[in-house]
Design a protein around this ligand. Structure first.
Ligand code: C2E
Ligand code: MG
Ligand code: MG
Ligand code: MG
Length: 283
């Protein structure tokens, strides 16, 4: 038998591999059920205007507690969801929950929140996405400016025709789009001028390196390029007051990170009374 066949046979009988596969299938199945029963929670983390210190908007981040496995990090289950149609289902679930939150805030007389939702890569090549969002705005009677989308740099770099068409359509609907994890895609910055997006989020790895000479130079350059293209620029993963101060000096527009606020349950963050979630858990 050739070595490749041996390798495959080995990995098939490898108990660790089997456990991984098993765990992955558990997660997929559990996620499906959790979406259907609305057992997945949406937390919000604010983005602050660095010049004024005011809250500019929020980012929605999913939180899932698996009945057997406990809390599972999005960093683990999002990639699993992305490999199947579950990514689209999860995105639509979060979009719906966020639309409900915005509508509920308005009903309770709060200031209209602006909430950004992360969209999986595969879903962003689904031409039905703008239509789904249009329906959502209509159903919940919320303005387009209250909902934003975050997509990763990789999605935009591919620049598939469908991606461009979707960006176009969202622009016409006045839905703002950010490029998340900016700087991790090793892309040329020249493509920025062709992009129809509104915001760049500088990835945490660059913020971590901000106190070094090289790191600072890099971040300063990204901010300058963003401004040259009329893009709002956000720094993510700010953990120290020094980082916040440096970024403010560099005229970075927005800042997000544990130094300011951790992601927290949406009702608490928006100051909503919990009637809606209590009703949900009683049924
Ligand atoms: P992301 O969109 O880049 O979100 C930022 C991540 O960094 C979040 O992790 C957030 O909790 C974390 N974070 C924020 N501030 C700090 C900080 O100061 N220090 C550190 N160490 N971390 C910080 P989280 O919630 O675990 O999410 C991880 C990734 O999973 C997200 O990265 C996003 O790509 C994905 N994700 C999360 N929620 C959703 C969702 O609702 N839909 C989709 N499609 N993806 C999501
Ligand atoms: Mg994000
Ligand atoms: Mg990010
Ligand atoms: Mg990130």
């Amino acid at each position: 038998k050739d070595a490749r066949e041996h390798g495959m046979a080995f990995s098939y009988f490898n108990p660790a591999y089997h456990d991984d596969l098993r765990r992955q299938m558990d997660i997929e199945q559990g996620l499906k059920e959790a979406i259907d029963s609305r057992a997945i929670d949406v937390h919000l983390q604010p983005k602050f205007d660095l010049a004024t210190g005011r809250t500019h908007s929020y980012e929605a981040l999913v939180r899932w507690t698996h009945p057997q496995q406990g809390a599972i990090s999005p960093g683990l289950f999002i990639p699993i969801a992305e490999r199947s149609a579950l990514g689209q289902r999860l995105d639509r679930y979060v979009l719906t929950r966020v639309a409900e939150l915005i509508a509920e805030s308005l009903r309770q007389g709060k200031q209209e929140p602006v909430i950004a939702v992360n969209i999986t890569a595969r879903h962003f090549s689904d031409t039905a996405l703008p239509e789904f969002i249009r329906d959502l705005l209509h159903t919940h009677q919320i303005p387009a400016r209250s909902l934003q989308l975050e997509i990763t740099e990789g999605i935009v770099m591919e620049m598939r025709r469908t991606t461009t068409a979707i960006l176009d359509e969202l622009r016409q609907m006045d839905i703002e789009v950010s490029i998340d994890d900016f700087g991790t895609g090793y892309s040329s910055l020249s493509y920025l001028q062709h992009l129809m997006v509104d915001e760049l989020k500088i990835d945490k790895v660059f913020i971590d390196d901000l106190e070094s000479e090289r790191g600072a130079t890099l971040v300063r350059a990204v901010i300058a390029i963003a401004k040259a293209h009329d893009l709002r620029v956000t720094a993510e993963g700010i953990e120290t007051s020094d980082q916040a101060r440096i970024l403010t000096t560099m005229k970075c527009d927005l800042g997000q990170g544990y130094f300011f606020a951790r992601p927290a349950p949406s009702d608490d963050v928006l100051g909503l009374n919990g009637a809606r979630s209590q009703r949900r858990f009683r049924s």
